[in-house]
Design a protein around this ligand. Structure first.
Ligand SMILES: Nc1ncnc2c1ncn2[C@@H]1O[C@H](COP(=O)(O)OP(=O)(O)OP(=O)(O)O)[C@@H](O)[C@H]1O
Length: 366
């Protein structure tokens, strides 16, 4: 016997919302999903009319749904935003080249212009070549650091006011757990912020901060959005993978675990007197860094000098190397020149939630 939509619209339910357990029809689910994102955007005052906003678009489910919903809400609520898609081509053959084809189709489908910047043009390296040098153990570190900077550089080239990313509630809860497990108090303090960015840096925000990944997959599926769902061909970040598995297990016994972990992270405060990193300017490329030389410059130098492990080990070794280098006047170093950046948690590869959630959708049991 069909179950009625709990929103009392008279239609039959076709899904059970992971966030609330409500049985909903497609239309009521779409509306609830969109209204929650709208609420997140307005409650946090993410935009002001006239803002030029870059949507960081990878072609994956999160950023594809983000682009679609940003356009929809901008039109529905007259946010007054000018939107642009910004993609980074990391140079991963068989992965990013294919996902960028999806973004190019999204450009046509949503009528939002697209700008692509590549590691090759910005750094002279593709991820394929970096992996040849580093192997598959630390490649996610290079990818994460360079992508963060590449997005900043692309955004600066476009002249946008703000960047939005598709980071969702699951991503943020995982990051809270990882920072607790690593004892990384500085990142723990800032990882739940919906807006990040300091003086002189284009701010970033996460309109999906409270949106469950499972619901993003459902939304994309029922809207039949065109997105790319293959996993990154390079090794997944094992540490994030552990946090993810742990969270998924918690979610099975307590549906609100993801939001609970985010709330715990938000309530966290650092005792007075605890030493925290201070943000300064990278002495090489002139952009924001918590070290004298930023992580992107260190990693790039390692690659260019055939020492790809430079910057991956203990920071004291890096400092020694840099100190030696600054006394060696003959050393020339290719460094990024025009972008703000700070070291970030490693690149998060795409995951199997897509197929898991779709499997669940096909076996819905009210
Ligand atoms: N190559 C890229 N170009 C532009 N933006 C990117 C790129 N990779 C990631 N991003 C941005 O960072 C967000 C988080 O990226 P992450 O690597 O965690 O992928 P994800 O959670 O699978 O997201 P998506 O489904 O959008 O790929 C993405 O939603 C997107 O906004």
């Amino acid at each position: 016997m069909p179950v009625k939509c709990t929103a009392d619209c008279g239609r039959n339910a076709v899904l059970k919302r992971p966030k609330t357990g409500d049985a909903l029809c497609k239309e009521c689910f779409f509306r609830a999903f969109e209204e929650e994102v709208h609420h997140t955007i307005t409650a946090a005052k993410l935009f002001v009319p006239g803002d030029y906003v870059a949507i960081a678009a990878s072609g994956g489910k999160d950023s594809t749904v983000l682009a679609y919903v940003m356009k929809l809400l901008n039109d529905r609520y007259n946010y007054g935003l000018k939107l642009v898609l910004l993609s980074v081509d990391e140079g991963i053959t068989g992965y990013r080249d294919d996902s960028l084809e999806t973004v190019k189709r999204n450009e046509q489908q949503y009528g939002i212009p697209l700008k692509v910047v590549s590691y090759e043009e910005l750094y002279g390296w593709t991820m394929d070549r970096i992996v040849e040098q580093t192997g598959r153990r630390s490649n996610c570190t290079f990818c994460g650091v360079f992508r963060r900077q590449a997005l900043d550089r692309g955004a600066a080239l476009l002249g946008v006011d703000k960047i939005v990313t598709g980071h969702n509630a699951d991503d943020i809860a995982e990051t809270v757990l990882m920072n607790i497990l690593r004892g990384d108090v500085a990142r723990l303090q800032r990882c739940t912020a919906i807006v990040t960015g300091s003086e002189g840096v284009i701010s970033r925000s996460k309109p999906f901060k409270y949106t469950y990944e499972k619901e993003i997959v459902m939304y994309a599926y029922f809207k039949r959005l065109d997105y790319f769902s293959t996993e990154c061909i390079y090794s997944p970040n094992a540490y994030r993978g552990h946090a993810r598995v742990f969270l998924k297990d918690l979610e099975k016994v307590r549906a609100t675990s993801i939001i609970d972990v985010i709330h715990s992270g938000e309530s966290f405060s650092v005792r007075e007197g605890v030493k925290m990193p201070t943000q300064s300017i990278c002495e090489r490329c002139g952009h924001v860094s918590s070290q004298a030389v930023c992580k992107a410059c260190v990693l790039l130098e390692g690659l260019n000098k055939g020492k790809p492990r430079l910057g991956l080990g203990k920071s004291s070794k890096v400092e020694e190397h840099l100190a030696r280098q600054s006394t060696d006047s003959s050393g020339t170093t290719q460094t990024p020149t025009d972008a703000p950046h700070t070291a970030q948690p490693s690149h998060t590869p795409s995951r199997s939630t897509h197929s898991n959630t779709l499997r669940t959708l096909h076996s819905l049991d009210f």
